[in-house]
Design a protein around this ligand. Structure first.
Ligand code: SF4
Length: 325
């Protein structure tokens, strides 16, 4: 355990590793009933895109591993920015021996075959896509911005992904709430029938939280104890389809991981978007990150205390008002 921890710590602080989580837009085509985002910020500004390119250029010669994560809002609403930055990263990596990885958290609605293939070619091999039960419950919780269900389109896109021969991974994040609990078994049977046996599709069970925002107070949440019992039951009943991460270390805990918002502000956590503790600096147009070192240091508390639970979510420790309900 100690050796493992030392290795994790070394990787999390290494200047040879850079993990940037980019919000190419903070707009979304969905309006999920539990969403914490306020959609006040739009597309990433061109000087921020330029700043990200300069940051990559400034750092590239010292890196052994570069990861670019795509987040939002819905990142595929600004896919021109996604491809522009990915193409630039590939260009400056050139023949250097840098391990490049990229992943995307997307609602999956716009992930058509053509866009998926283009993303794979650009290096985006890992995806996280959420489902909230079968179509009836999912479509109640996750509607389009202008109304209308979303399950059918997401499921169709997932099936098309399966028919591709590429190596990639999709984490199907299945949400647990009072509304979804009665249909979780049905959904898992559907997943098993369609994706069981395909190693590229994995399941991550996660309870819904009230993370603030416009929906706060009206969100269907269950507490962590209930969630653990339900997860254990599901894992027991669906051993062959469940793949639950036991010890998750959040990127926010790592010294070499930064969130770059569409407006150029630098955060650590992708959830506490309106918390001042999370706003640790700004990306300048010359690619320099102007950081508040005191604020940035607070996010390293999990490694300082060697506490696996804080490493899993440093935000809960830093912002006690966000303690899970
Ligand atoms: S710090 Fe916690 S809330 Fe923020 S991204 Fe990590 S796990 Fe999620």
């Amino acid at each position: 355990m100690n050796d493992d921890f030392e290795q994790l710590c070394a990787a999390a602080y290494s200047p040879k590793i850079l993990n940037i989580i980019l919000f190419p837009t903070e707009q979304c085509n969905f309006r999920c009933k539990y969403c914490y985002e306020d959609f006040r910020i739009g597309r990433m500004e061109s000087d921020v895109v330029g700043g990200i390119k300069k940051l990559l250029l400034n750092r590239i010669s010292e890196l052994s591993h570069l990861n670019i994560s795509w987040f939002g809002g819905e990142p595929l609403l600004a896919q021109d920015i996604v491809f522009e930055i990915l193409e630039y990263a590939k260009e400056i990596i050139g023949n250097r021996s840098i391990h490049f990885t990229s992943d995307m958290t997307t609602n999956g609605y716009l992930l058509s075959s053509d866009i998926f293939k283009r993303l794979i070619m650009a290096g985006v091999n890992n995806y996280q896509i959420s489902l909230d039960g079968i179509s009836e419950t999912h479509d109640t919780l996750r509607t389009l911005h202008n109304g209308g269900g979303t399950f059918k389109q997401i499921w169709t896109n997932l099936i098309k992904m399966k028919t591709c021969h590429y190596e990639f991974s999709v984490i199907l994040r299945i949400h647990i709430s009072h509304l979804t609990i009665p249909v979780l078994s049905d959904l898992l049977s559907m997943v098993k029938a369609e994706f069981g046996g395909d190693h590229r599709f994995k399941i991550f069970l996660k309870e819904i939280h009230d993370w603030g925002g416009l929906n706060s107070g009206n969100i269907d949440t269950i507490n962590e104890v209930q969630a653990t019992i339900i997860k254990d039951q599901i894992i027991d009943n669906h051993k062959n389809v469940s793949n639950l991460q036991k010890h998750h270390i959040c990127y926010a805990s790592k010294a070499n991981s930064y969130v770059i918002r569409a407006n150029g502000r630098i955060n650590k956590c992708t959830v506490a978007l309106n918390q001042s503790t999370n706003d640790i600096g700004e990306l300048l147009s010359n690619g320099q990150m102007k950081l508040d070192s005191e604020k940035a240091k607070k996010w390293l508390i999990g490694f300082e205390r060697k506490d696996i639970s804080i490493l899993g979510c440093p935000q809960k420790e830093i912002n006690s008002k966000y303690i899970v309900k």
